[in-house]
Design a binder for this molecule. Structure first.
Ligand code: SAM
Length: 200
């Protein structure tokens, strides 16, 4: 597991500088995905695997100055780039593994995770950890600014149905972790799965 974490860190460390230049037009898609969390002023949100912090300004817009925004990432180079881009002004940046969040139980209203869940070595455990830190009725958004089929085609891969993001795989994983899937959109332009934290 440690080796896998190291491999991921190295992979993303090399991509940190200039990460957002590769996807300059994605901000409206991030804003629309954040809107699905239905955050209100004063609420709290985590961006898990925040990378360079692209979603942090949108999360801050949603919760306002009285709210709390946290971005966590495994890769220090990504957080360094986030700071260079001024994203620390939108949310607190913390180096941490999303599988072991340094957060209290039920302290958050929402978790946003873009491009993360398929990188987790144990997705079920990762979804349970998101559930642990989210209050009952809170929301989770798993997002990618391109649909699975379009992404697979771009990378020259076949679409895999055992992919954790595929609906038949994701629904039972979410349910087992204390989430109920409420939105599933795997279209050309985006992948978005939104789930609500079960009430008990
Ligand atoms: C595809 S990038 C997405 C970055 C950002 N969310 C975005 O949309 O631009 C995936 C990010 O997840 C981070 N990551 C991967 N596994 C992680 C883990 N277990 N805990 C925290 N961050 C992780 C990587 O370091 C990387 O920054």
């Amino acid at each position: 597991m440690e080796t896998e974490r190291e491999r991921l860190r190295e992979f993303f460390a090399a991509k940190a500088v200039g990460w957002e230049k590769r996807f300059p037009d994605d901000d409206p898609a991030y804003a629309a995905a954040v809107a699905e969390l239905r955050l209100r002023p004063g609420r709290s949100a985590l961006d898990a695997g925040c990378g360079t912090g692209r979603a942090l300004p949108r999360l801050r817009d949603a919760v306002g100055p009285a709210g709390a925004v946290i971005g966590i990432d495994l890769t220090p180079e990504m957080l360094h780039e986030a700071t260079a881009l001024g994203r620390h002004r939108a949310g607190a940046l913390i180096e941490a593994d999303s599988g072991r969040l340094p957060l209290r139980d039920a302290c958050l209203d929402a978790v946003f995770a873009a491009g993360l869940v398929h990188h987790l070595p144990d997705a079920a455990a990762g979804l349970r950890e998101f559930a642990r830190v989210t209050r009952p009725g809170g929301r989770l958004a798993l997002f990618h600014p391109i649909g699975r089929a379009a992404l697979a085609a771009r990378r020259g891969h076949a679409l895999r149905e055992d992919d954790v993001r595929a609906e038949p795989t994701l629904v039972p994983l979410l349910a087992g972790a204390g989430w109920e899937l409420t939105v599933y959109d795997d279209s050309e332009d985006r992948y978005l799965a939104v789930a609500t934290r079960a009430l008990s």
